[in-house]
Write a protein that binds this ligand. Sequence first.
Ligand code: 2P0
Length: 334
Amino acid sequence: MTQQANSTSKTATAIAHPNIALSKYWGKQTFGHNLPAVPSLSLTLRGMQTKTSVTFDGALASDAFELNGQPAEGVVLQRVTQMLDRVRALGGSAERAHVVSSNDFPTASGLASSASAFAALATAATHALGLQLSRDVLSDLARRISVSAARSLFGGFVELRAGVPSDEALSANEVAGPDFWDVAIVVAVTREGAKDVGSSDGMKHTRDTSPYYKAWVDSAPATFTHLRAGLLERDLTKMGPAIEQSALSMHAGALAANPAILYFSGATVEVIHAVRKMRAGGLEGYLTIDAGPHVKVFTRGADAEKVAAYLASVPGVLRTITARPGAGATVVAG
Ligand code: 2P0
């Protein structure tokens, strides 16, 4: 890691895209710092982005965070400060920062806003302090605040292995770049607004109370390995069932928690049935669902428009977003 002080510029802006896991992360190791209990494989998406500007300023008494035009406080601000504290420690700075961030997609609703948020924040904040860090180091930094954010440092298809006890650092890495395969993820948005149970709380509650959690942790690596192999063969038909099994077994574990965690809305279930019907009709796409009610369908790029039209016709679907493979986090100014 190289560190370089830059006394003239203490502001930088970065963008990062959300990523959607095809092989899901759900659950942290009981050792180490914020290490995932299972491996995950994701696709970083263009067409949705977080843009974050960070300005370190010796005159500020505390960090300030503005998200989508509103001042943020409480847990949201705390997580931003946790990231900034790590960046300040790396850069030997005590200055507080003003952070302005906006998403062009629904925040905190299962569209992976924390992934793009902390990838953009790690990138902008380190750059603002003049630190020149490798993508691996930035990925590890982002992972310490939000595991899925480690993946948004990279573009295209990205893997993050499970943590092991000897891990001092853990970064994601790119399996195949954004141009590797012409695919798309079509998001069926079924609700606007924030979700009920945050991912961090949801996965902790699942680990603590669900009798299916061990089965999830035991079975996830094989699903991941199968998906990774299918990806390298660009074989949608091979990947599809494993994509759906990863998501639905993650939700099965959460549903078996006590009390149950239910991220689905009625429309979520309608879309699950619709995707099965869509495939039976010859249009190939496979669904995944994160910690929210939206359904995301992984399909060939050439079929994306047809899949979007199909999903838009399902009762309860408010709109669709079509996203294609995107690049990793980048500095855009500063
Ligand atoms: C994933 N999710 O692999 C899974 C699938 C949601 C469902 O990673 O506690 O915000 O910050 O590490 O990364 C969302 O959880 O959780 C997530 P923390 P994170 O994309």
